[in-house]
Ligand binder design. Structure first.
Ligand code: ADP
Ligand code: MG
Length: 412
């Protein structure tokens, strides 16, 4: 078992892999290679579908798409991560429910672009990726966004713009539109009712910055995020926990939030988080509702989590990033106890990281498995990783995988 953090592929390696897979599969060279990052959310979990705030960074781990446009409306797709071989569909036949499995994420992006009136035809695509799949690091959005920027360039849609010398996207408005279409692909074609955070992080993040995303109006702000200059590091722990109930549990949490908002007469729980009176009035009103025993803790998580995002951004701005540690701890407790989306593997990882000296730790992503993050002194990375691995083994859990996260560039 290795606790040495897994490095991301260098871009040249990822591009070569995708190109080679394209050439060996389709017996010709691609028109180009594009890529998009996975993400790790620093704080602001289960807030996106409540119009709240989230603070992801783009990972250096990326999904690479080698693409060539075709003259017909056929899509052929292959992925190094999927043993099922080459899939083929005609865009004219595509509608929600007609494409299943991983192909739905890819074909869904083309479908959503066409639904929005963009002139996208057939294409061949080969995918390779170093974003761990199903680890809560958003390999699904990385896949959608890599295909999104590839189709944008291949069919000259003019949505994605480029990335400037500072690592920032040049056309955020266009990328916001593209991100929305990737969400549509995931919701309607892949059938996963996710919010918009993952796609925004992959397409709209800026290198060296966290992305403060306001999910009510889609506005973003780039917040400098450079732990290394403070002698700190962000350790990502992929618990490799099997998570079979994610979809249903996620949908239930989302439905509970919508129920609560309806009961309170607000458009979204963001309105409660922003209420000058605080959230006590809402929790009191919900306590009297028939399913108040469930809705009260759910809403308490959402409103407190939105406040923690704002406090996290303030702490980063104060030049004392270690101050975010207690906010990470509080976020984990809230997700575990009030929102009930943690699991044993995540709790073990978080507790072990803290016991080994992490300044703060929390689950990240939707929960029920996936990954945790720990803020650690740079010199402690190996020690904390060893401690988490040892504790997982002692609890009879799968051996976790580790990565050190820095804020990478967006899709391009
Ligand atoms: P996460 O986004 O946290 O990694 P999801 O369950 O949302 O987990 O998405 C994982 C799914 O996305 C996979 O089961 C697969 O269908 C698809 N996917 C992601 N990356 C790839 C890839 N490189 N090749 C093929 N399919 C992929
Ligand atoms: Mg996903």
């Amino acid at each position: 078992m290795s606790t040495v953090p897994t490095p991301a592929w260098r871009p040249a390696e990822g591009e070569r892999r995708a190109r080679d897979l394209f050439a060996s599969t389709f017996r010709t060279a691609p028109g180009g290679t594009w890529s998009a990052p996975g993400r790790v959310n620093l704080i602001g979990e289960h807030t996106d579908y409540n119009g709240g705030l989230a603070l992801p960074i783009a990972l250096p781990h990326r999904t690479y798409a080698a693409v060539a446009r075709r003259d017909d409306d056929v899509v052929r797709l292959v992925s190094a991560q999927e043993p099922s071989g080459v899939h083929q569909v005609r865009l004219a036949d595509v509608a929600p429910g007609t494409v299943t499995g991983w192909a739905a994420y890819v074909v869904g992006v083309a479908w959503a672009l066409r639904q929005a009136g963009h002139d996208v035809g057939g294409f061949d695509v080969a995918i390779d990726s170093c974003v761990p799949s199903g680890a809560g690091l958003s390999s699904s959005a990385a896949l959608e966004a890599s295909v999104g920027v590839a189709l944008d360039a291949s069919f000259r849609l003019g949505l994605a713009g480029g990335v400037d010398a500072t690592g920032a996207p040049t056309d955020d408005a266009g990328r916001a539109l593209l991100a929305d279409l990737c969400v549509r692909a995931e919701n309607e074609m892949a059938g996963a009712p996710t919010g918009g955070m993952d796609q925004a992080a992959s397409l709209r993040a800026r290198e060296g910055h966290a992305l403060l995303l306001d999910c009510r109006d889609g506005a973003v702000r780039h917040v400098p995020f450079d732990l290394a200059t403070h002698g700190l590091a962000l350790l990502v722990v992929d618990t490799r926990a099997p998570h079979s109930h994610v979809g249903g549990e996620y949908a239930q949490r989302r439905a509970a939030c919508e129920d609560a908002a309806r009961h309170l007469g607000v458009a979204s729980l963001r309105d409660v988080a922003d209420d000058a009176r605080g959230d006590a009035w809402a929790l009191e009103a919900l306590a009297a509702a028939p399913d108040g025993a469930v809705l009260v803790p759910r809403v308490r998580h959402v409103t407190s989590e939105i406040a923690r995002v704002a406090a996290f951004v303030d702490a980063l701005g104060s030049g004392e990033p270690a101050a975010v540690g207690p906010l990470m701890d509080a976020s984990h407790a809230s997700l575990r106890d009030d929102y009930e989306v943690s699991c044993r593997e995540l709790d073990v990882a978080v507790d072990a990281a803290r016991a080994a000296g992490a300044l703060g730790a929390r689950m990240t992503g939707g929960g029920f498995g996936g990954s945790a993050i720990a803020l650690v002194r740079a010199a402690d990375v190996a020690h904390v990783a060893d401690a988490v691995a040892a504790s997982s083994a002692a609890h009879g859990l799968a051996a976790p995988a580790f990565a050190v996260a820095v804020a990478g560039p967006p899709a391009a």
